[in-house]
Design a protein around this ligand. Structure first.
Ligand code: FES
Length: 177
């Protein structure tokens, strides 16, 4: 009898231990899974439409796409010529301006405003503190310099500013995402 009681007690303790482990495991997993799922805000911003008609040549505007800055720049003919004059093979991340823009619209450059080194927001040429040597963007965190085509030219960033997915929905409107 005493042995049967002992077995039942052991069974109960085992079941309780397994249940507690299960609940504990779930309690750990649920926040983990919900962290991995995109929040409603992010889903709501999965595309960004932008009217670019007011961006004068030589100007850039900052938009927001998936909570990250995007630079949309209207290049001047001089800036296009400066970008085209650089031999692509001499670049750390070899890409021509043509490859980074849409056909027939090489004056409109759309890039993420996120430095590819450690993610700071670079300053644009029009910003007073810009100390960039290549007329494009300068990252104040560790001194990466990007040219007018958003290509890395100097400093620790390994690659060019990323070009997000986007399309022209009209002559004056782009849809990012
Ligand atoms: Fe831009 Fe380091 S984050 S240079």
């Amino acid at each position: 009898m005493a042995t049967q009681d002992g077995v039942r007690r052991r069974d109960f303790i085992n079941i309780a231990a397994v249940s507690a482990a299960g609940v504990g495991g779930l309690a750990t997993l649920v926040p983990l899974i919900s962290q991995m799922a995109p929040s409603k805000d992010v889903l709501a911003e999965s595309t960004t439409e932008l009217d670019i008609s007011a961006i004068e040549p030589g100007q850039a505007v900052k938009a927001v796409f998936r909570k990250q800055p995007v630079f949309v720049r209207n290049l001047t003919p001089q800036e296009i010529a400066a970008a085209d004059a650089v031999p692509v093979s001499s670049l750390r991340d070899p890409q021509s301006l043509e490859e980074r823009t849409k056909e027939g619209r090489s004056n409109i450059l759309v890039t993420m405003g996120v430095c590819t080194h450690l993610g700071c927001v670079p300053l644009g040429a029009a910003e007073g503190e810009n100390k960039g040597e290549f007329g494009g963007y300068f990252c104040p965190c560790h001194g990466s310099h990007y040219d007018t085509a958003g290509r890395i030219r100097k400093g620790p960033a390994p690659t060019n500013l990323l070009v997000p997915e986007y399309e022209f929905t009209s002559d004056t409107t782009i849809l990012i995402g």
